[in-house]
Design a protein around this ligand. Structure first.
Ligand SMILES: [Zn+2]
Length: 445
């Protein structure tokens, strides 16, 4: 099987260099495309690369065992430390003696290239899960699938990254650009991307960013869905429903606000959405509510549309308060508006080298030209919002029930994940003595 695989890689390389078959209609920018094509031709016929691809495949079972080990180390939001320490130890065991945990909690290993530090490409997976402390994270097998909270998201990405590192280090693969491997904290909701926010604050010279998150490798994320989330707390005097009738009600005001919000119209392209996700408030059926709270989620693939929606929605909430006060000729009711989530939106052009490189890597590994580009909310959001080329790619395998305690995973062709990352990295960072980096150094940084 190994030999067969190697041949098919080379055969695909020939197909790639032959041209348009693997270039979808939406890809523009022949120059980035063709330089990436040329690089692939050279990378895919390199004996060290072929051996590394084989080693990644051979490491598949070991990588799955690692994935399960990582899953069983709890990593609740803001409490990733134990898992981070384990990941640091693994980085060190794989040869990165200088690997560190930074001030935010990210685990970082720098693999130097021959090009004096640039371009610098980050390849990452996230350490945190959505599950609170005390969640049973024991891995279980049932009906041919593996079940555990976080088994895929993002234990697969973390394990895929380790398998990749192990194989490139064992084969002494040398790149031109520097590659920075990172286990990030704070990717999931409550973390608000705090890990990557710190990473880009501390390292202004990052030229490209790859996150391994999600599973299927034919789906590549090159758009960042932005989101803003608010908690709104309506507060009034409160009082007895009969004796003090005539006072404004926090619940009534919130009801007015929700009615207005539900009538908002948003574009389907760029997709822009909103919902009042949770409500709570009041103390008793016979009391005018003194307090009511709701949490609102707004998302868009465009920053402009997100900001427009946000402005309208906040306005409606304030209007609702004015109307509730006016209804009772009062000024006692107010609303406190708190931003609780902020993820920037962004997009990476189809003709940018990072998208082109990923597209060709996926096509090569899966031996099929089909790649779906999509929007999502991942660590790449931050890079995209800063104008830094970024993609989020799958770690390999199949799974589902994300963010639930019944999350499941099946390691079907899981090695595709790290193989895909390997090819993408080599083309972007350049294979020493063979190709130049396709990733551009960001000017002035
Ligand atoms: Zn994730």
């Amino acid at each position: 099987m190994r030999i067969g695989f190697t041949r098919s890689i080379i055969a695909t390389a020939l197909v790639l260099s032959a041209g348009p078959l693997l270039r979808p209609a939406c890809a523009q920018g022949a120059s980035a495309g063709s330089s990436v094509d040329t690089a692939y031709g050279a990378v895919l016929t390199n004996p060290k690369v072929i051996k590394t691809l084989e080693d990644i495949k051979a490491d598949d079972a070991n990588s799955f065992a690692e994935q399960k080990r990582i899953t069983e180390i709890p990593a609740p939001p803001y409490k990733e430390k134990v898992r981070a320490e384990y990941y640091l130890k693994r980085f060190q065991e794989l040869g990165f003696k200088d690997a560190v945990i930074d001030s935010e909690g990210n685990v970082i290993a720098l693999r130097k290239g021959s090009g004096g530090g640039r371009p610098k490409l980050v390849v990452s997976a996230h350490l945190d899960t959505v599950f609170p402390e005390g969640t049973d994270v024991a891995v279980k097998e049932k009906d041919g699938v593996t079940l555990a909270p976080g088994i895929g998201d993002d234990s697969r990405g973390l394990a895929a990254l380790l398998s990749l590192i192990k194989s490139i280090n064992a084969n002494e693969i040398a790149t031109v650009g520097d590659v920075m491997f990172v286990g990030t904290v704070g990717e999931e909701e409550l973390g608000n991307l705090r890990g990557v926010k710190a990473l880009f604050r501390d390292h202004a010279d990052i030229d490209g960013f790859i996150s391994i998150d999600g599973l299927g490798i034919t789906r590549v994320v090159n758009q960042a869905t932005g989101s803003h989330r608010y908690e709104m707390i309506f507060k009034g005097p409160g009082g007895h429903s009969f004796q003090e009738f005539g006072l404004p009600s926090a619940i009534h005001a919130m009801g007015r606000a929700i009615a207005k919000i539900s009538e908002l119209q948003t574009p389907s392209d760029p997709k822009t959405t909103f919902t009042v996700g949770t409500v709570s408030g009041g103390t008793s059926v016979n009391a005018i509510a003194a307090e009511a709270r709701m949490a609102v989620d707004m998302r868009s693939d465009s920053t402009d549309e997100l900001l427009k929606l946000e402005a309208r929605l906040l306005d409606l909430v304030k209007q609702a308060v004015v109307e509730e006060n006016a209804r009772w000729k009062s000024d006692k009711l107010a609303v406190e508006i708190k931003l609780i989530g902020d993820r920037p939106a962004g997009i990476v052009a189809m003709d940018s080298p990072i998208v082109q490189a990923t597209q060709r890597a996926v096509a090569t590994i899966t031996r099929a030209p089909r790649v779906t580009f999509a929007g999502s909310s991942t660590d790449s959001n931050l890079a995209m919002s800063l104008g830094i080329p970024a993609v989020t790619i799958g770690g390999g395998g199949e799974g589902g029930n994300w963010h639930s305690r019944n999350e499941w995973y099946r390691p079907v062709d899981a090695y595709y994940g790290p193989q895909n990352a390997l090819l993408t990295i080599l083309v972007l960072s350049g294979l020493e003595g063979v190709t130049k980096p396709a990733l551009q150094v960001r000017p002035g940084k």
